[in-house]
Design a protein around this ligand. Structure first.
Ligand code: MN
Ligand code: FE
Length: 388
């Protein structure tokens, strides 16, 4: 593509922000490229690190985005999420399941209601993690061609593999029958309805003939609609009754190994959600014409419908309440987080609920992770900053 002369000029012209002009060889004669003393004007531009200099990249444009050229980075949110994900490395086998195995196999260590709640959450999450992984790999990756976003999507896909592995590990160690756990998304209506809803919301871009096109706002609207389904609804609402229930059990010192794994998953998912919300906001910022009152209402309606389905799921998993946890308190929590999700993507909040579980915010606050996560994960983080 580029002629050798243009390439050779890169070391000096690379400091200028107008790459389009220099690559095309159309720099006006007044540009620093043709002045006798390029050093002085270059100094100011040099303050911006090379990899952050603004270039004409986009999230979705196949024809102008080279998916192999990650530097210079334009969408730094994707890079930051990637680094955060890598700093959170963990694998399920690091968590001991010994106490859980003893408790699970004991006659009177857990009530029937506690067992039901655990099984319901294992049933939902065991297949939901694969559903999420498939969505990322088969549809989001295909449509988001920007390389820094794709680097994060690869990391997210890996984390979904870890989460899928978590439920294999839980089933294996607790001696659960996979034919029971892995069929619950078909046999338990409150689980099936959630999965069916996500699948219905993300149908358009799953269609092999779907292709997002910069010149077709309707296609960008479809992509954003489905991203809200994947990230805000699946990972941001449908996972959260389970997180609240399983972490409440952990706080009561029951099923601590399983609970610790849910804690790690929650930490990963909060980065997935953060990436998704920023991706959605960036697409809307670049294509403001898609953000119509009708579209905003449609997204709000989808989110409130998801809250209803998640409330039905919580009621089904927790019909009588346990450990001071009742499904109506879980509902209040879901409404509180739904408002936050709505506001994060520029929609008006609906519920005005307050947070009945302030301890969940503490667990989710990534800056406090060292207080909440055991040394194993911290060691990974220190490993990343070792000095040789
Ligand atoms: Mn996951
Ligand atoms: Fe996820």
């Amino acid at each position: 593509m580029m002629n050798p002369t243009a390439t050779a000029a890169q070391p000096t012209t690379g400091l200028q922000t107008n790459t389009t002009a220099s690559l095309a060889g159309t720099a006006p004669s007044s540009s620093p490229m043709s002045t006798a003393a390029p050093a002085a004007p270059a100094a100011a531009a040099e303050e911006v690190p090379f990899h952050l200099r603004t270039k004409k990249k986009s999230l979705i444009n196949r024809s102008s985005t080279d998916p192999n050229k990650i530097l210079p980075i334009q969408y730094s949110f994707a890079r930051e999420c990637y680094k955060q994900g890598v700093a959170n490395n963990w694998i399920p086998e690091e968590v001991s399941m010994q106490a859980d195995i003893e408790l699970w196999k004991s006659q009177d260590g857990l009530t029937e209601d506690e067992r039901r709640m655990i099984i319901w959450n294992l049933g939902f999450f065991s297949t939901a993690e694969s559903l999420t992984a498939n969505n990322i790999v088969l549809t989001v990756y295909k449509n988001i061609t920007n390389p820094e976003c794709r680097q994060y999507l690869l990391r997210q896909a890996y984390e979904e593999a870890i989460h899928t592995d978590t439920f294999i590990y839980c089933c294996d160690t607790l001696g659960l029958d996979p034919d029971d756990i892995y069929t619950m998304y078909e046999t338990i209506p409150s689980i099936k309805e959630k999965d069916d809803f996500v699948v219905s919301l993300t149908k358009s871009i799953m269609d092999p003939s779907f292709e997002v096109n910069m010149d077709d706002p309707a296609s960008i609207q479809k992509l954003v609609h489905d991203l809200v389904g994947y990230y805000v609804i699946m990972e941001g609402i449908f996972f959260y009754a389970g997180f609240a229930m399983m972490l409440s059990l952990l706080r009561n010192n029951k099923m601590v190994g399983t609970g610790e794994q849910f804690q790690y998953i929650l930490r990963d998912e909060s980065v997935h959600l953060s990436f998704g919300q920023q991706l959605i906001n960036q697409l809307v910022a670049e294509h403001p014409e898609i953000w119509t009152p009708e579209f905003k209402q449609e997204l709000t309606d989808n989110i409130t419908r998801a809250v209803e389905l998640e409330e039905l799921y919580a009621k089904d998993a927790l019909p009588r309440g346990i450990l001071g946890l009742r499904s109506d308190t879980v509902n209040e929590y879901l409404q509180f987080i739904a408002d936050r999700r709505l506001e994060r993507i520029g929609l008006d909040k609906v519920y005005n609920a307050s947070n009945p579980f302030p301890w969940m915010s503490e667990i989710m606050d990534l800056s406090k992770e060292k207080n909440f996560f055991e040394s194993r994960v911290t060691e990974y983080q220190q490993g990343g900053s070792l000095e040789w």
